[in-house]
Design a protein around this ligand. Sequence first.
Ligand SMILES: [Zn+2]
Length: 245
Amino acid sequence: MVEQPDLFGPKHKWCAYCGGHATTSSHVPGKLFLDEPFPVNLLSVSSCERCNNGLSNDEQFLMCLIDSVLSGAAGPAEVRRLRSRKTLERDLRLSRLVHDVMEKTPTGVIARLDPDRLSRVSKVLRFIAAGHLARATGRTTRPDSLLAGFMPLETMTEPQKVDFERGQRHWQEQVLRRGRLLVQANAPYFVYAGVVWCNVQDSRYRYSLVKVNKDLEVRFVFSEFLACRVWRNPALPSPAKRRRR
Ligand SMILES: [Zn+2]
């Protein structure tokens, strides 16, 4: 049903993120954002050691941040998801990094991120999107050539939500017609208002690739809570232009 190009698949020679020699592979998204049993055929990309290892602290930060906000937790002991609770109880520095920015409000807990914490979140989102883009386009995608934005689904206005979920119907139909669906092979997916969302794991992670102004934008949602979109930095030359020079 779904055919996926194998460019930058886990056995590819070159790192999907930097174009260097690939010696390993990374999952997209990192497994810590999902629950066991993990989905079969979890998307992965070939990567070098440096790109693969540079990320895990920031991934843990984002995972614990999401789970703490979702639990309305003022401290590690109140975090409901076991994996995050254990990580926070083990790592005091991380726990401080997460819980120092938590703020109780009448409706729950919110996190106010300073520039350091924002850049950690942004880095993780840009790497995830770069992984999706590399698999979809067969081109190395440098995470630092991307821009990322995120907000909780529940704080979106109705028009924002419709725009986020629907993307651009025309592009999605074209992709479906060509039979080269830019989603993970064999993953369950669902169509929302004509847009394909790949549901990697129920209530944990879904993503979609949407064409916006001739560029692919990657959208994904963690835990049906944090809605993210990542797009190419328009201030940088496009990969095609760079090649011609
Ligand atoms: Zn690399």
